[in-house]
Design a protein around this ligand. Sequence first.
Ligand SMILES: Cc1ncc(COP(=O)(O)O)c(C=O)c1O
Length: 420
Amino acid sequence: MDRSEPPPSTSPIVEAAWKTMPRAMQETVTRAPLIPEIAARAKAAAAAHPGFIRGDQGQVVDVLPEREVYYGPSSGLPELRSQVARLWTSLYSLGGLEGLPDGGLAAEHVAIASGATEGLAILLRLFAPGRCVGMQRLHWGNYRSIVKHAGGEPVVIRFFDEAGRLDLEGIAAEIETHAISTLIVNFPANPTGDCLSDLELQALVALARDHDLILIADEVYNWMRYEDTPRTLLGFAPERTIVVGAASKEYLIPGARTSWILSADEVFSNQWLPRLIRTTSSSPNVLGQNLALEMVGADVQDLEAGRPPRYLSSIRDELRRRRDLMAEVVRESGFTIVGRVANQTPPGGISLFARLPEGLDDDVEFNNRAIELGRFSAIPGTAFGAPGHIRFGYAGMTLESIHRMRTALSEVVEEVRRTT
Ligand SMILES: Cc1ncc(COP(=O)(O)O)c(C=O)c1O
């Protein structure tokens, strides 16, 4: 294929990425790598011929056979890809939606990466070079670095007006001013836990279509939505949405470094992404994938039998209890919860973002004092570009420790007031 010609695909995802990615990446995504193809043939030959000697492998074998963990495919373990496709299809009723296959997603729509961080870094290397990339005002701090490392410019967009309504006109104005072609969308959001309703998702998608945007939907907290039914953007705009999900939050195993990138475009998910993942981690973490496979597989079994997914549901139920208690505790100590609607209990996510009580301003000092006094730790809002605020990660606390936070928080507030 002539490298200056886009590959044969009508998907806005492939077209936009092709226009933006560096030439070297165009080469990588369009050329099938030689070694995996030889490995596949060698594996088949070894199975067919008992005396076959494999000299193609770039790994040590048969020195400590019980301890050896081999590379997996760059696209991820086929069984995990297939289970994640079934999970997304069942959780979000994707089968038969316009723009998606009748039976919903298949393994070819899923690429496995080593954590959402790696997935996002790869996606932004395709969509960010030389471009402005939009993101919510309060966002996971790593987005900014990831966009900049990919040669792009992060642009912060206020998604909500003073009354907490989705500010479509404001978003459109920022998109036009900065010629934004890619938007990172993270709901439930870190750090606020904000969510979007179906109507708002539809409106955002209409805006994305009007401006020919690519939506990178960071859905790592998707099932942690406590007041209503979780949604995926993929069900609303399959032609322009790339979803990043992960075992890190929804399945509580961040150390497994296992995530999934989903798109309706098979060229993108099944060819381009594995070829790029091969250049960043060779293959995603095989041990982590096996762990994730056990949990995702059990949830898929439940869902397909018409039962609530055992892991996702029990995690969500417990986090809802922690969130409710934490919201009560911070309000009692004079904090004001911050999100799209002031002092609203966050409808999703794993953390709560709150303004320091009256008379206190220095979030970094407040957090330092809480640690020095041996009471608790949180994250100062400064880490999210919002001084004067504190992020409480209630998911990382037990109900018992949140009960103890009641006294700890008011005591630290009193102590900091006394000494400043
Ligand atoms: C919004 C968001 N996206 C992505 C990540 C990274 O997830 P992972 O641990 O799977 O790399 C985080 C981690 O805190 C996050 O908050």
